[in-house]
Design a binder for this molecule. Structure first.
Ligand SMILES: Nc1nc2c(ncn2[C@@H]2O[C@H](COP(=O)(O)OP(=O)(O)OP(=O)(O)O)[C@@H](O)[C@H]2O)c(=O)[nH]1
Ligand SMILES: [Mg+2]
Ligand SMILES: [Zn+2]
Length: 295
């Protein structure tokens, strides 16, 4: 019974078993976690890079070490996310830019650059949304999982990254991944069914490798975000890239950019350099942080 050391990425966790894709030979190994982790209150997460001791006869083993994480998503639990694809559709369901912008902000706070994916462009024009997000400085792409428009361009943006696909139920996340991954066969659902039954089509989380094997993507059930629990309202404006050219020109040094006279951000809003919906989201998030602080 030979014991080999393997380093790899956890792609799936089910009932105390973890599936590790080896960074060396690309094989999948089934491992349990050392008891020590449970004692220390550490749970291995999908996305973790781990070292394991593998019994080469059975290809099973034990995780002995979890390498330091860059970040982790709460729901679904995923570690070491390097990009987040924030998906919404032009229609069916209609976009809710407040929820989109909350997710954008939580990603920026976690230091993960979003890709704004405007889907279902076969059903309607995404130009208005494209302008809002591309002008705000985000990587933005109009796609259609139905016709395949720009799916190749999206694929190129995922190379070398671990990308989470997030966004409300029914916007087409699983459909997009089915387009990108030749071998994927993710379940997708009718938008109307789902609303009636009040459930998500996608329920579990598993990392999938790009066909070219140089990147990982993960589907999520509906909405997901990074924690912003410890965020201060003063930090918020720093997470809106399009505000940055203006924030030092405000009349007050501690300007909140919501109501002040002589606020350079509000002036940029008036002259159309900052989009209305983004600033509305900013104000709503600012208020929410203050409201939560009172308790
Ligand atoms: N016309 C059109 N329909 C699409 C497109 N993308 C997805 N759909 C449809 O939208 C519905 C929902 O798609 P899903 O891929 O299941 O959505 P999801 O975001 O994975 O939803 P959850 O798993 O519930 O979070 C399905 O009926 C898809 O066929 C598109 O680009 N154009
Ligand atoms: Mg899905
Ligand atoms: Zn200001």
């Amino acid at each position: 019974m030979a014991n080999i050391q393997v380093e790899g990425r956890i792609t799936k966790g089910v009932g105390g078993f973890y599936y590790i894709s080896s960074s060396g030979d690309g094989k999948i190994y089934e491992c349990r976690a050392r008891g020590r982790f449970r004692k220390e209150g550490i749970t291995p997460l999908v996305g973790d890079v781990v070292r394991c001791g593998i019994d080469s006869a059975s290809n099973t083993g034990l995780i002995s070490e979890i390498l330091p994480r860059t970040n982790s998503l709460i729901r679904p639990p995923v570690a070491n996310v390097s990009r987040i694809a924030i998906v919404f559709s032009v229609v069916n369901p209609k976009p809710n830019l407040f929820t989109v912008d909350k997710l954008v902000t939580s990603s920026m706070y976690a230091g993960v650059r979003p890709i704004i994916c405007i889907n279902k462009t076969d059903l309607g024009d995404g130009g208005e949304y494209y302008d809002i997000y591309s002008r705000a400085g985000f990587d933005t792409i109009c796609i259609s999982a139905e016709t395949g428009e720009n799916v190749d361009r999206l694929n190129d943006m995922l190379i070398g990254e671990l990308t989470v696909f997030a966004g409300n139920s029914g916007v087409g996340k699983s459909s997009i991944l089915n387009r990108i991954l030749r071998h994927a066969d993710l379940k997708t659902g009718e938008v109307s069914d789902r609303v009636e039954r009040g459930r998500h089509t996608t329920r579990h989380s598993e990392l999938m490798q790009l066909d070219s094997r140089d990147g990982y993507i993960i589907d999520t059930p509906g909405f997901s975000s990074f924690s912003v629990a410890d965020m201060d309202e003063k930090q918020l404006c720093g997470l809106f890239p399009e505000f940055q050219p203006y924030i030092n020109d405000c009349g007050f040094t501690d300007c909140s950019h919501t109501v002040e006279k002589d606020c350079a951000v509000l002036n940029a809003l008036k002259s159309g350099k900052i989009s209305k919906s983004r600033h509305e989201s900013y104000k709503a998030q600012y208020k929410e942080i203050l409201d939560n602080k009172q308790y």
